[in-house]
Design a binder for this molecule. Structure first.
Ligand SMILES: Cc1cc2nc3c(=O)[nH]c(=O)nc-3n(C[C@H](O)[C@H](O)[C@H](O)COP(=O)(O)O)c2cc1C
Length: 238
């Protein structure tokens, strides 16, 4: 299913109360249908709602329970313009590479919504930029690998919680790394202290289109039992 829908469709954002009620969506439905929604409405999103979702997202685990998170929430026009200026040349450099190296037609198709988002970046209502504090145990690059995996592993579970919560309330969102790929510039824009590293950026707005179901490889291709190579038989599909 595509994340494209007619621009002209009438839209009325739910109230805060209505949006919070939607969090009662069955977990399995949210998990099955959460996907990268890049075409977003430019209507404002109540920050109270964002804070509620961020609070839920932070129920996630962190390495040694350090909770050394900082969430930058960007809504100001000037800051969004600065992020857009950082992103545009990165997207333009990467687009032809992605187009050339895409393995599937589906991969190539995501370029349309991605391009739309790049062109409308400064109009997206909210960006959440999860950052994590660097230290001896948590490194964004380098050795030992355990410290690197603990660094990113302390951020992405919370990000997935946020994506699921957005999906439940009807907000479109996606996990992205390219827009802030040049992290020193992103850090400067955000005024981050040196020991904080921005990990990814989640553009958020009311979803224009519908969510999933998502297409993923079947578990028989992914699972190996006891030793690599010992894969389970195919299961009948519903
Ligand atoms: C680590 C990571 C980085 C990603 N970076 C980007 C990005 O820079 N730009 C983008 O449009 N999508 C990005 N994505 C989103 C993926 O492209 C998307 O989740 C994937 O294509 C599956 O899409 P679906 O959930 O809609 O099926 C990223 C996802 C992950 C997990």
């Amino acid at each position: 299913m595509s994340d494209v829908s007619p621009e002209t469709q009438q839209f009325e954002a739910p109230t805060l109360e209505e949006a919070l009620d939607r969090l009662a969506m069955p977990m399995v439905e949210a998990m099955r249908t959460q996907r990268a929604v890049r075409r977003l409405r430019t209507d404002p999103v109540d920050l109270e709602l964002i804070y509620e979702l961020l609070e839920l997202s932070l129920k996630a685990p962190t390495s040694s329970n350090t909770q050394d998170w900082v969430y930058m929430v960007v809504t100001g026009r000037e800051q969004k313009e600065r992020l857009a200026r950082l992103y545009r040349p990165l997207f333009r450099s990467f687009e032809p590479i992605v187009r050339r190296t895409a393995k599937t037609e589906q991969e190539r198709r995501t370029l349309g919504p991605a391009k739309w988002q790049m062109e409308n970046f400064a109009d997206i209502p909210v960006f959440v930029i999860p950052c994590y504090r660097k230290g001896l145990k948590h490194r964004s690059v380098g050795w030992p690998q355990l410290s690197v995996s603990s660094f990113y592993g302390s951020v992405y579970p919370a990000v997935q919680n946020l994506l699921l919560a957005c999906r439940a309330v009807g907000l479109g969102a996606s996990l992205q790394t390219l827009p802030i790929w040049i992290t020193p510039i992103a850090s400067r824009i955000l005024g981050l202290p040196r020991n904080l590293e921005p990990v990814c950026i989640i553009p958020i707005g009311w979803a224009k289109g519908r969510y999933g179901p998502t297409t993923r490889r079947p578990i028989e291709e992914i699972v190996h039992i006891d030793r690599y190579g010992n894969q389970p038989p195919r299961r009948p599909r519903a």
